[in-house]
Design a protein around this ligand. Structure first.
Ligand code: CMX
Length: 438
């Protein structure tokens, strides 16, 4: 819908003057010092990126344009009052900075429905891959294969003025997001349902249609996927998927290239793949203990064993957060509202009781609390989405909302190619005043 694009333009234009002033007149303002530890611990805490869509506070969790997740559950438009907010509304909020009206959200749903047709070659590309190749491999390959009809790429090659880049990027971003549920569901049905595919229903919302095409038509699964798509959508700009998308986009790569980069980053076990690892780790634990109702002491012993083996306890810890992830709590509340006595969810709750003090006692794990991935698998599993290999794809579909909204901002602001400085070990030693022995 053009008016959403126009509203974005009006709002973002207001920021442009400030941004230009910052660069021209205040470029030499010092933001902070960088320590050797920060560089060698993965650039943690260095204010190095401009991201508008959301902000992560270590002691409070994520805020999207100033709104916490519980606030969004209250304020963003829903299809019915008892349900969960529509991700379309969160996308609007990230792009425009205001809570949308229900009409705005329905318009985005309709816009995405009109763009949702996936070209046949994308299915052919997926079908050319071995059926047992990882769902994230199939997903990323499918996304990459859509780059050929990028309107941004065509406009760039045709020599369009750089001040219009954002407009073409917006078009690609909206089309890319619109197609994702169909692609994800296609991969799901291909791998786990013998290729027995389900056609999209253009009257459904974005997440509701995803549930439908995966084969889940109950109200509760649709609600869960709407919530899932909202809570995984963005986590400011420095996480691997967001940063990789931004970095690749900074070379003026098209949205399909940039998002694929984000997705292959998300596929790593310390990031989005952790939602699958949590399930593998729990089932391995239950198998070794020999029960699906482990006691707290059995869980504690298994966590200790994991640590002794030099492995991580998946779903725990975070590079920024220093509290229980509000995305964990929101899912826990969803389970409390809808689910009575699920053994796996009971186990996830038991791990939450037991793990933090053990992780804290190591003295080195900076955040002993659970992150989003500690809960999501158990919820999906409860509703019959048991194929944990697929979970990172769901995370990826959701993450498109934040990273693609940011990519439009990147092109609107004309952010330059990213190119931090790198140094040799020799240089760091010299800075620290260490002389190497011959
Ligand atoms: N289990 C065991 N060890 C852990 C740990 C965990 N859950 N979390 C951190 N550590 C270890 C680190 O591996 C590191 O060990 P070394 O010093 O031996 O290398 C040490 O504790 C310090 O790490 P940190 O500063 O606390 O954490 P980082 O910022 O380096 O890493 C994260 C953050 C998330 C990668 C890490 O906590 C982790 O590996 N967690 C488990 C995997 C996970 O759940 N990832 C998902 C994160 C959320 C998401 O992106 O989806």
């Amino acid at each position: 819908m053009e008016y959403i694009k126009n509203r974005f333009y009006e709002k973002a234009m207001k920021n442009m003057a400030d941004l230009q002033k910052l660069r021209k007149e205040h470029g030499d303002v010092v933001l902070g010092q960088v320590t050797i530890d920060q560089v060698l611990s993965g650039m943690k805490g260095i204010p190095a990126l401009l991201t508008e869509t959301s902000k992560l506070d270590a002691n409070e969790g994520i805020r999207f344009r100033g709104f916490s997740l519980p606030e969004l559950q209250d304020k963003l438009p829903k299809l019915d009052e008892a349900g969960e907010p529509l991700p379309e509304g969160l996308f609007y909020l990230m792009m425009i900075g205001e809570i949308p009206e229900k009409e705005d959200v329905i318009n985005i749903s309709k816009d995405w429905a009109t763009r949702a047709h996936v070209p046949q070659h994308v299915f052919d590309v997926i079908d050319a891959l071995p059926k047992n190749s990882r769902p994230m491999t199939q997903f990323s390959t499918a996304i990459l294969s859509m780059a050929y009809d990028s309107v941004f790429q065509k406009a760039y090659r045709a020599g369009v003025n750089k001040k219009f880049y954002w407009d073409f990027m917006y078009e690609d971003v909206m089309t890319l997001i619109a197609r994702l549920p169909r692609i994800a569901a296609y991969i799901y049905r291909r791998i786990y349902h013998n290729g027995n595919h389900i056609e999209p229903n253009p009257n459904l919302d974005w997440a509701g249609n995803l549930a439908h095409m995966m084969g889940f038509d109950s109200t509760e699964v649709k609600r869960l996927l709407r919530l899932y798509m909202v809570i995984h959508a963005d986590h400011e700009g420095g996480n691997v998927s967001a940063h990789a998308t931004h970095l690749v986009g900074s070379a003026l790569s098209n949205a399909y290239y940039a998002y694929t980069a984000g997705m292959v980053g998300l596929a790593g076990p310390l990031h989005g793949f952790a939602n699958q690892e949590v399930m593998d780790w729990i089932s391995e634990m239950l198998e070794q203990i020999g029960t699906d109702e482990p006691s707290d002491s059995q869980i504690a012993a298994y966590i200790e064993k994991t640590l002794v083996q030099g492995r991580v306890v998946p779903g725990y810890g975070h590079a920024v957060l220093r509290i229980t992830d509000p995305r964990f709590t929101v899912q826990q509340k969803f389970a409390e509202k809808y689910i009575v006595n699920d053994k796996l969810i009971n186990t996830v709750n038991a791990i939450y009781r037991v793990a933090p003090p053990i992780l804290e006692a190591t003295g080195k794990i900076k955040n002993p609390w659970p992150n989003v991935d500690a809960f999501s698998g158990a919820l999906l599993n409860h509703y019959g989405i048991t194929e944990s290999n697929f979970y990172t794809v769901l995370f990826g579909v959701s993450r498109s909302l934040g990273v693609m909204a940011s990519l439009v901002f990147d092109r609107f602001y004309g952010l330059p190619i990213e190119r931090p400085n790198s140094q040799t070990l020799e240089w760091f030693l010299e800075k620290a005043g260490i002389t190497r022995e011959e």
